[in-house]
Design a protein around this ligand. Structure first.
Ligand SMILES: [Fe+2]
Length: 241
């Protein structure tokens, strides 16, 4: 059985006020199972998927509405070493708080010039860069007034498919950060602050865009040869071998 997740760096599995977490989080305690050679030696993500849409903001008459931002995100190992070739997928809503997704019921206008998703591959320094617009806030359906603060979703793959981190990046100084159930599921304030991007000095970036920097810290399968899963999942895996 895995030790209790460190609340300094990991959110609780079931978050009060966030009803979906009760059904998404495993009912049984997590355990570690050894990863197989096939899992550790699987094809690298970057060889299967090419980068796409490093610019979500557009230009001229086809420029998306909203504050233009230039995002620099760095993927690093737990020890801070860059993860070159990491596959980074990014998605967020438009400036009015509307996703391009049929499940989004928010009564906010779509933006015909905003696509909303990008796929990037980290360079040798682990860096990916994205030109986009700052997303808006939006209300969460079927809740008592919960509004998500502006945020950007990230899915980060490391050197193999099993090494994946799904997380969110938040913006500093947003009042809704204080009441967001997802951000505040990270109890430790210092760890929570690491989910916030840093606004960089404006003179360092493009003249017409605010520059934000953030980092994603992913554990390496080279250093960790077991993966967490529930007891039920482990039984299913052992039966299929
Ligand atoms: Fe979101």
């Amino acid at each position: 059985m895995l030790p209790h997740r460190d609340p300094a760096t990991q959110p609780e599995g079931v978050v009060a006020g966030y009803a979906q977490t009760a059904s998404r989080w495993p009912a049984e305690p997590l355990v570690r199972r050894p990863q197989t050679r096939t899992e550790l030696g699987a094809p690298q993500p970057r060889r299967r998927l090419a980068p796409a849409r490093g610019d979500l903001a557009g230009h001229g008459a086809k420029r998306a509405a909203g504050q233009l931002i230039h995002l620099r995100a760095r993927v690093v190992e737990e020890d801070g070493a860059p993860v070159a070739g990491a596959l980074v997928e990014v998605w967020h809503c438009n400036a009015a708080g509307k996703y391009i997704h049929p499940n989004d019921t928010n009564d906010a206008p779509a933006d015909p010039h905003f696509y909303g998703a990008a796929r990037l591959v980290a360079g040798d320094s682990g860096l990916v860069e994205l030109r986009t617009i700052k997303p808006g806030a939006y209300p969460v359906p079927d809740t008592r007034g919960w509004w998500r603060p502006p945020h950007i979703h990230f899915s980060v793959w490391g050197r193999v498919w099993l090494s994946r981190l799904v997380t969110q990046m938040f913006f500093p100084g947003e009042p809704l950060n204080e009441t967001d159930y997802i951000l505040n599921a990270i109890r430790d304030p210092a760890a929570r602050s690491r989910s916030l991007a840093r606004l960089m000095p404006t003179e360092r970036g493009p003249a017409n865009a605010l520059v934000y920097e953030c980092s994603s810290r992913a554990s390496s399968p080279r250093a960790r040869t077991t993966s967490p899963c529930s007891k039920a999942a482990r039984r299913r895996a052992s039966r299929s071998r």
